[in-house]
Design a protein around this ligand. Structure first.
Ligand SMILES: Cc1cc2nc3c(=O)[nH]c(=O)nc-3n(C[C@H](O)[C@H](O)[C@H](O)COP(=O)(O)OP(=O)(O)OC[C@H]3O[C@@H](n4cnc5c(N)ncnc54)[C@H](O)[C@@H]3O)c2cc1C
Length: 406
């Protein structure tokens, strides 16, 4: 249905992404008249591109510890009331086949399209009206003095009115997919603080000599433990043309800011000194680069010796290292300092850190403390998950909380 002047409903939701659709179907099931206003030509574009086209739709190990926020307690209530198992129930009801990849990450067997179809079908069943290719020109709030303010949206397809307005417009990542700062601007207009935003779950870039040393290793991948600011992630690192990526690096990127000390353990799970001593005892004649090349990609091991290990010891037999020298090698191998110059930014980031300050929102309903009837959900809020299905779980949980409250 196309909105006409003065078209009234119970709830308007700005943004037909993960959080907006979950909120819409939850409110619609309660019998409310719900409109979703989406400026792109279709809903759920980020769901479609997620998880390499197979949507990592949740993580069975989700806990508040998997999220970054200025207030780490804020996400607890919504996550406790809508768990991964609630979403899995819906996925199973729709007979969508899925599998666990690693670390509790659930992916569709076939395609992300099935998750979008499921959400749209649920919205259709709940009589939700979704307007795509519909841009918002103005948002008015007529404060009539009652506890229920009235929202009026002037859109390219007419005017909409509702006593409740839910902002689910997402973050700034992947501008080519329709990401905008709309939600942040609206929040500020209604008196909310917006915490500084930056790209998260994003490849890191190297520059100058750091990039020169690594550029020709592009494509090399190895397991590492990446550590920064008291947080560590063990997973793969991938060398790229511009810097480094891979799950361990994407994860740590959310904790890193320019100038911060970033360390990589190149022998995760091993004590590097013990390992070197063992190699020395077992194979005294073997060259260091040969020994390292058996646990690290060969080209990487060679470069490590040439550039980062003291005295370019690539061709030295293991027996020639004394204990202090082995200690020096171990120190570099298990705490390799990598100087990143920046990130690839919103163009490739999976998420936006920061956003609408949770101090201005109710953690149980997502409603604004400043403007009754106004809600913020999903990525626009200052709650950001780790890589691995946590961001969708936050979108589902916060969307569900608001959908029950509106
Ligand atoms: C490449 C990529 C892969 C990802 N893979 C995963 C994954 O596998 N698992 C996971 O958990 N997370 C993943 N994420 C993160 C996840 O997609 C987001 O955290 C999640 O989509 C946030 O949900 P949201 O509803 O808040 O925002 P979005 O899903 O971004 O939805 C916001 C919607 O609002 C619309 N909108 C914006 N401004 C306006 C406006 N002014 N008017 C109308 N509509 C507007 C947008 O077009 C969009 O449809 C991935 C992200 C990217 C970029």
């Amino acid at each position: 249905m196309t909105p006409t002047a003065g078209n009234t409903c119970d709830v308007i939701i700005i943004g037909g992404g993960a959080a907006g659709l979950m909120c819409a179907l939850t409110a619609g099931r309660r019998g409310l008249r719900v409109r979703v206003v989406e400026h792109a030509n279709r809903v759920g574009k980020k769901i479609l591109m997620s998880g390499g086209g197979r949507c990592n739709f949740t993580n069975t190990g989700t806990s508040p510890a998997n999220f970054l926020s200025a207030n780490p307690h804020f996400c607890k209530s919504a996550l406790a009331r809508y768990t991964p198992w609630h979403f899995i129930d819906m996925v199973e009801r729709h007979r969508i086949a899925y599998h666990e990849k690693e670390l509790g990450q659930l992916f569709c067997d076939v395609s992300s399209k099935l998750i979008v179809k499921m959400l749209v079908d649920e919205c259709t069943d709940a009589d939700v009206h979704i307007e795509t290719s519909c841009s918002i020109e103005q948002v008015h709030h007529d404060d009539d003095g009652s506890s229920h303010g009235n929202f009026r949206l002037k859109t390219t397809r007419g005017t909409l009115r509702a006593p409740k307005l839910v902002v689910a417009s997402g973050g700034l990542s992947i501008p080519s997919m329709g990401a905008t700062g709309f939600g942040y601007d609206l929040a500020r207009r209604f008196g909310h603080d917006v915490l500084p935003t930056r790209a998260g779950l994003v490849p890191l870039t190297l520059s100058g000599k750091h990039q020169e040393r690594m550029a020709d290793l592009s494509g090399v991948s190895l397991p590492v433990t990446a550590s920064c600011n008291g947080q560590s992630f063990s997973n793969a690192m991938l060398v790229t043309h511009r810097g480094i990526s891979g799950p361990a690096i994407l994860q740590i990127s959310s904790y890193w800011q320019p100038g911060d000390d970033l360390r990589l353990d190149l022998l995760p799970g091993e004590d590097a000194l013990e390992w070197l001593q063992h190699q020395q005892a077992e194979r005294p004649a073997a060259e260091l680069k040969t020994v390292l090349g058996e646990v690290l990609p060969k080209r990487f091991a060679q470069r490590l010796c040439e550039v980062w290990l003291p005295g370019n010891p690539a061709h030295r037999p293991m027996r020639q290292f004394n204990l202090p020298q082995l200690r020096e090698l171990a120190q570099v191998i298990e705490s390799w300092p990598l100087v990143a110059s920046g990130t690839e930014g919103y163009r490739t980031a999976e998420v936006t850190l920061g956003g609408v300050d949770t101090n201005g929102l109710s953690s149980s309903t997502m409603e604004s403390r400043h403007v009754p009837g106004l809600y913020f959900i999903g990525e626009v809020v200052d709650v950001t998950g780790w890589l691995g299905g946590y961001n969708f779980q936050w979108a589902w949980a916060s969307g569900h909380a608001a959908g029950l409250a509106v």
